[in-house]
Design a protein around this ligand. Structure first.
Ligand code: CA
Length: 226
């Protein structure tokens, strides 16, 4: 398959994980540059100007994945996905604060990582973003320009937060999103509150949009639209 989707730099010192990610990304038409340290990773990014960077937080030598994010954000807007150890709240929060676009916790499914990467690249494309002012999921239409949701053409009154939540779910169509990811993405990192906030808003969306909204609850994980 020709490498037509652009280059992704992967910074991961564990070869089994790096190779797996590499294989899945190549299959999707990306060209992959593997590096095993933060220093080599930054060098590769400067040289290759990739479309996206995947970086493990736990790296050997002096520069870990968070340092890579910090250093990268001083000069570049390239989208970054961090790989964090399971349940490491602190790495996740610091990583997102340092400008990472998303995170995946180990152990992760490569398919999920690829889906997240594609979602980020879709959001990151300025032209598509401007053109894509209408999102459609099932019978629900989300008009970003008019800030309006419609079911079969009929407008439905949503609060600003409900609208943002619906938009975020639609932009990540088909992906399972945890309550934490939804809080980070919709409410923001500095928002103080618990996961039930998400459930309350989801309940409102379901009530207002009814069965036309193809939103599933994934028990023990979160929600998926589409
Ligand atoms: Ca590692």
């Amino acid at each position: 398959m020709p490498a037509s989707n652009g280059t992704i730099v992967v910074i991961e010192d564990d070869p089994s994980i790096a190779d797996l990610v590499d294989m899945y990304l190549r299959r999707e038409g990306f060209r992959v540059i593997q590096t095993t340290s933060g220093e080599d990773g930054l060098e590769a990014i400067a040289r290759e100007r990739p479309r996206l960077v995947v970086v493990d937080v736990g790296l050997p030598e002096k520069m870990d994945g968070l340092e890579v994010c910090r250093s990268l954000r001083a000069t570049s807007d390239v989208p970054v996905v961090i790989l964090t150890a399971r349940d490491n709240e602190v790495d996740r929060i610091i990583g997102l604060e340092l400008g990472a676009d998303d995170y995946v916790t180990k152990p992760f499914s490569p398919r999920e990582l690829v889906a997240r990467i594609k979602a980020i690249l879709r959001r990151a494309e300025p032209t598509t973003r401007r053109e894509a002012t209408l999102l459609r999921v099932g019978e629900v239409e989300i008009d970003l320009a008019r800030h309006e949701a419609r079911v079969r053409g009929a407008p439905v009154a949503l609060t600003a937060r409900e609208f943002d939540l619906l938009t975020y779910l639609a932009e990540n169509e088909g992906l399972v999103l945890s309550r934490r990811q939804l809080l980070d993405g919709v409410w923001g990192l500095d928002w103080v509150g618990d996961d039930r906030t998400v459930d309350v808003h989801v309940r409102q969306l379901r009530k207002k949009l009814g069965t036309e909204l193809p939103l599933s609850t994934v028990w023990g994980v979160g929600y998926r639209l589409g």
